[in-house]
Design a protein around this ligand. Structure first.
Ligand SMILES: C[S@@+](CC[C@H](N)C(=O)[O-])C[C@H]1O[C@@H](n2cnc3c(N)ncnc32)[C@H](O)[C@@H]1O
Length: 265
């Protein structure tokens, strides 16, 4: 009874998803206006940015990962450089041609070998068990979480890892900044809420690295008072947040989180 009901609904869900993917593609091909949003939050993330990149590099390159997929390229450009070479087989997919072109230009200027493909993350054109790691920055919240996580799980090898850095919905200051900068986002994007987090736990063994709690109001203030985001005030907020991130119940009130999931080995 239930499955017949779900089967009848499926074509409608697929039509809706296709329309959503098209809207995302058009938004990123046209280019979003992110300057005001990025500027408002520039001081909040200064120290966090380095810490997140360190964690991502360590997680992606652990255990000699060879086959790596980035969804919603081009975060690889922040992670890999002369000191940290790109994994042997790095694939980057994006639904937007413009975003892919940006990635290709970066790869050419750095002389690194990356396979770029235009692809919808809800329907990955890869065999089951193809990758050691799948990663991305600020991409899952642009997708239908359930369909995308199914695909990520499918293409990961047993014991493989996913690692994504995504915004959380509950942080009140983060919400306010999002509300004040509508030009910086697509109409379909949905920062992580409890109902989405459950979908990760159903598929993976999950851990979190929350970022920016006091750093968000502190960052807005610091931006008005100081030129550089790297100042003693922001360093203190960063240190305090690292302690607060360990408090049970508080981590989902941070502005963002890295989410790491391991597929059963
Ligand atoms: C907020 S941007 C993040 C871009 C990049 N990861 C970064 O950190 O700068 C979201 C990206 O997701 C891509 N995207 C949206 N929907 C997609 C889909 N269904 N499949 C693949 N990529 C998609 C967009 O084109 C865009 O490049």
């Amino acid at each position: 009874m239930t499955s017949a009901f779900l089967d009848r609904r499926r074509p409608y869900e697929e039509v809706q998803r296709a329309a959503r993917v098209k809207r995302e593609q058009e938004s990123f091909d046209d280019g979003l206006q992110r300057a005001r949003y990025d500027d408002a939050l520039s001081h909040c993330q200064a120290y966090w940015h380095d810490a997140v990149l360190r964690l991502c590099r360590k997680t992606i390159l652990a255990d000699g990962a060879r086959d790596v997929l980035e969804i919603g390229s081009h975060g690889w450009a922040m992670l890999f450089d002369a000191a940290t070479p790109t994994p042997k087989n790095l694939h980057c997919i994006n639904i937007s041609q413009r975003e892919l072109e940006n990635g290709r230009e970066k790869a050419t200027s750095r002389n690194v070998n990356i396979t770029f493909r235009q692809m919808d993350a809800h329907a990955l054109d890869y065999e089951d068990n193809s990758f050691d790691v799948v990663f991305g920055f600020g991409i899952l919240h642009h997708l239908d979480y359930e369909a995308a996580l199914d695909e990520i799980h499918r293409v990961l090898r047993p014991g493989g890892k996913m690692i994504f850095n995504e915004p959380l919905d509950m942080n009140p200051v983060g919400r306010l900044v999002r509300r004040l900068t509508p030009e910086a986002r697509t109409i379909d994007e949905a920062p992580l809420r409890g109902k989405h987090l459950r979908l990760f736990h159903e598929r993976f063994d999950v851990s979190y690295y929350p970022q920016q709690f006091l750093s968000v109001p502190a960052g807005l203030l610091s931006r008005l008072l100081a030129k550089s985001p790297r100042n003693p005030f922001m360093r203190a907020a960063f240190a305090a947040d690292q302690v607060l991130a360990k408090a049970p119940g508080l981590r989902f009130w941070f502005r963002k989180t890295v989410i790491i999931g391991v597929k059963d080995g």
